[in-house]
Design a protein around this ligand. Structure first.
Ligand SMILES: [Ca+2]
Ligand SMILES: [Ca+2]
Length: 122
């Protein structure tokens, strides 16, 4: 596996910091903040992956998913109406079940959009 999240932590940390700076209101990173920063974070993960020439497309996609999961755990958004003893296991469950599919869909859409952009630039 050419792309391991733990090898890229130095590149991922600034993305986490940028996202945290966007945390509004009470300085806590909320779910709304997460939705706001997700597309740009996914784009940043894709850029990191695209620099690894020996990685396959599938490995790059997997890296973006794992980088998102890692970043989510770092940011750990708070859902205000859910107590932590419910929220924490729910988050872990969603990170394993729902999130990979969502990030994959976003990845495919952005890949297409970036490809189209390159076409029009040529
Ligand atoms: Ca949380
Ligand atoms: Ca909570």
């Amino acid at each position: 596996m050419a792309l391991q999240v733990q090898d890229f932590v130095d590149l991922l940390k600034p993305i986490v910091e940028d996202a945290r700076e966007l945390a509004t209101d009470d300085g806590k990173f909320s779910f709304a903040d997460l939705l706001k920063v997700t597309p740009s974070a996914v784009k940043a993960f894709m850029e990191i992956a695209s620099d690894v020439k020996e990685a396959t497309g599938e490995e790059k996609k997997q890296f973006v998913i794992e980088a998102f999961q890692w970043t989510y755990r770092e940011l750990d958004p708070d859902i205000p109406w859910l107590p932590d003893f419910i929220e924490n296991p729910l988050e872990e469950y969603l990170l394993d079940s729902l999130v990979p599919g969502l990030i994959e869909a976003l990845y495919e859409e952005m890949k297409e959009r970036l490809a189209k952009k390159e076409e029009t630039e040529e």
